[in-house]
Design a protein around this ligand. Structure first.
Ligand code: PFF
Ligand code: NA
Length: 467
């Protein structure tokens, strides 16, 4: 039986280190790269509104629940759920939810590493001064040139995966703190500098309008996309926050800690959006430009401000670090699980799992070039096709993995975690672990967890099926 004060994988030195690690996990490409491009694809306002509602009503309660479960169980998510279920006289099969989450996290890592690799390429580009006085078309060409080259993508993908695996192999609790303590605030400062540039473009209000123009009469097309992104951006539904919760010191209050992390994540995403869209409009680019959005707009900004190359260089370093601290948290649930299960060395296990993610990631690398025409789940007059070459609709490999994880596995995992924490775990245990500073809020949080979050996920799933 696991001891409730320690875990075999280590314990954070303090609540602050947990905040750093959890913020490191939450703040990443999801905020700076994915949020703006998805808001662009789904037309802004309504998407952003649903996203914010999902964060507050669904994501945050589940994030609290995951942390509580983790600290209570003190093991990898799979074994945490198993042992808590047994203690609560429930079925050990609850652990399957964590198993699914663990797999989802590895699948996310497979493409996350490829995109993080883009930022590595841009670090070099900035260092070489490739972006001086660049314009919209030039920036677009630079990006397309990168994604068209499978070897270059593979190189950066491999490098990023290696660095991630290296840290995980040594253990998360050591070493993470020092780098994140400086880098995370720096990232935010640079985003604010970019925001300052966006203010000078003369298109700032257009950006604001695009992001916050809510038209309540129309249910957004991207309702499932927005909910899925709320899970993705908070690192919720996969067990990443749970496993970090397992390393949290006994005495710290989970409530205020987790709320801080969720707030920081939201602020970073909104700041990134507010910085990017004015540049999009000023350069006459398409807001719905897809995954390349950030990699096309930001170089324009850096190419045109004083000391832009220096800022740009630092910025992409920070993006890479933010991605790296998120990637670490995707690997940890699976590594912790196999260490508990097999007792083999952390290094060996990390190597195997990272290799698996690397191989799957090659699919994403090729989906931007050689296999761009391989489309999965194509629907035409004849019905569904698993894979079709050159079809109109359907998803590339990258889109498929992204869809399966963000839109299905994460919300489903989150739903199961919420049901477990809300209905299986003892209410008093939950209350005690949460340790809210304002105890009168507890009924609200508990109600969100038991009813609002699960029903919310189900409604969004249903609305997608009825579309
Ligand atoms: N939250 C991260 C981001 O916004 O970039 C992505 C992420 C990290 C997703 C960890 C899932 C995860 F387990
Ligand atoms: Na995030």
């Amino acid at each position: 039986m696991a001891n409730e004060n320690v875990s075999i994988h280590g314990i954070w030195a303090s609540r602050w280190v947990f905040i750093l690690a959890a913020t490191g996990s939450a703040v990443g490409l999801g905020n700076i790269w994915k949020f703006p491009y998805m808001a662009g694809v789904y037309g802004g306002g309504a998407f952003v509104l649903v996203y914010l509602l999902c964060i507050a009503l669904i994501g945050l309660p589940i994030m609290l629940a995951e942390t509580v479960l983790g600290r209570r169980g003190r093991q990898s998510p799979v074994n945490t759920l198993r042992s808590l279920a047994v203690q609560s006289a429930a079925s050990p099969r609850w652990s399957w939810a964590a198993m699914m989450g663990m797999i989802a996290a590895l699948l996310i890592l497979s493409f996350y590493s490829v995109v993080a690799g883009w930022s590595l390429d841009y670090i070099i580009g900035m260092g070489r001064g490739e972006f001086a006085a660049i314009d919209g078309p030039g920036a677009g060409e630079r990006f397309n040139g990168l994604t068209a080259d499978p070897w270059r993508l593979t190189l950066w993908h491999s490098l990023f995966m290696l660095v991630t695996a290296f840290i995980i192999a040594r253990g998360v609790v050591a070493g993470l703190e020092r780098s994140l303590r400086i880098m995370m605030p720096m990232l935010f400062v640079l985003l604010v500098i970019l925001l300052g540039y966006a203010l000078t473009t003369g298109h700032f209000m257009e950006g604001v309008e695009f992001l916050f123009h809510f038209n309540l009469s129309e249910v957004p097309d991207g309702i499932l996309a927005a909910m899925g992104h709320a899970f993705f951006t908070l690192s919720v539904g996969v067990g990443s926050i749970m496993v970090f919760g397992a390393y949290m010191p006994k005495k710290s209050s989970i409530g205020s800690t987790v709320i801080t992390v969720a707030l920081l994540d939201t602020v970073v995403a909104l700041t990134a959006g507010l910085a990017l869209f004015p540049i999009v409009f000023a350069a006459g680019l398409e807001p719905g430009g897809g995954p390349g959005l950030m990699f096309v707009t930001l170089p324009i900004a850096f190419g045109n401000i004083a000391m832009g190359q220096v800022f740009g260089f630092i910025f992409f370093v920070l993006v890479a670090v933010a991605a790296w601290s998120s990637a670490i948290s995707m690997l940890e649930p699976a590594v912790a699980y196999w260490v508990e299960r097999s007792g083999r060395s952390r290094a060996q296990i990390t190597g195997c799992i990272a290799l698996f993610c690397w191989v799957v990631g090659l699919g994403t690398v090729l989906s931007f070039n050689v296999l761009a025409d391989a489309k999965f789940f194509v629907r035409d007059a004849l019905g569904w096709h698993l894979i079709q070459w050159g079809a109109e609709g359907g998803k590339t490999f990258f889109e498929l993995v992204d869809y399966l994880t963000s839109r299905i596995m994460l919300p489903l995992g989150g739903l199961l975690f919420a049901l477990f924490a809300g209905w299986v775990l003892d209410r008093e245990v939950f209350r005690a672990e949460l340790g809210l500073r304002y105890p009168r809020l507890f009924p609200v949080v508990y109600w969100l967890l038991r009813y609002v979050a699960p029903v919310g996920v189900l409604i969004v799933f249903a609305s997608e099926l009825l579309k």
